[in-house]
Design a protein around this ligand. Structure first.
Ligand SMILES: [Zn+2]
Length: 234
């Protein structure tokens, strides 16, 4: 019997994981296995290999419930019997896990967004799954045709952020999201990660504009998190 070989890089990485991080966090893994997961945050992120939420937010096992798809899109609520993988993940995170926050995180140089800006390109396969998926942005692409954004890079960044806002709008078409948000039990957030500089931009809930958190806000978050973890351990 011929077997194709499992990629060396993955086996090597697994070996390093077992002798490193798993060893340090084995108690946590065991506890999570016994008690089940209880992540507080759902993150909708892109498949892009450079924008992994667990890495960017330095998250440990059990902390983030992550759904990744091309260009981190949330489709509108559509109970039509089709195969809705993102909606299934959303349903589970909100209704079963009862996450407290949902974050839609876009990123710079997103290939999916680039495809949406160049809809005339030849599909990668007869199915044109990317073209069909990215047509979710058709309703908001008109926001990009103002002419004010001549530069291709600016248009790309602008659509990456418009798209995050659009996904948050679509999140609110899901009855469970809308109801829990109204009751103050669920908060929706937008973020955008610049893969070339490592900058994180966070969407202002009121204006929809993206701003970089100030250092004092990051320091405050570190202090708050350390305090909450100490209280949990006590
Ligand atoms: Zn992307």
């Amino acid at each position: 019997m011929t077997m194709n070989t499992f990629p060396d890089r993955l086996l090597a990485g697994y070996s390093q994981f077992m002798s490193g991080r798993y060893g340090e966090e084995s108690d946590r893994y065991r506890e999570l296995a016994d008690r089940g997961q209880k992540p507080k945050t759902l993150i909708v992120a892109c498949c892009d290999s450079r924008a992994a939420p667990e890495t960017i937010f330095n998250a440990g096992p059990g902390e983030l419930f992550v759904v990744r798809n091309v260009a981190n899109l949330v489709p509108p609520y559509a109970p039509d019997g089709s195969f809705h993988s993102t909606s299934a993940a959303l349903e589970f995170a909100v209704q079963s896990l009862r996450v407290r926050d949902i974050v839609v995180m876009g990123h710079g140089r997103c290939g999916g967004i680039s495809a949406a800006l160049n809809p005339g390109a030849t599909p990668l396969s007869p199915g044109d799954f990317i073209g069909q998926w990215m047509s979710l942005l058709d309703p908001v692409k008109s926001e990009m045709q103002s002419g004010a954004l001549a530069d291709g890079q600016e248009r790309q960044t602008a659509l990456e952020r418009v798209s995050v806002r659009n996904s948050i709008t679509n999140l609110r078409t899901f009855p469970c999201v809308r109801i829990l948000e109204k009751r103050g039990k669920l908060d929706l957030h937008g973020a955008w990660f610049d893969i070339s500089t490592g900058e994180l931009w966070v969407m202002d809930a009121g204006s929809g504009e993206f701003v970089r958190p100030e250092q004092k806000q990051l320091d405050q978050s570190l202090a708050n998190t350390a305090r909450a973890e100490a209280e949990e351990d006590a």
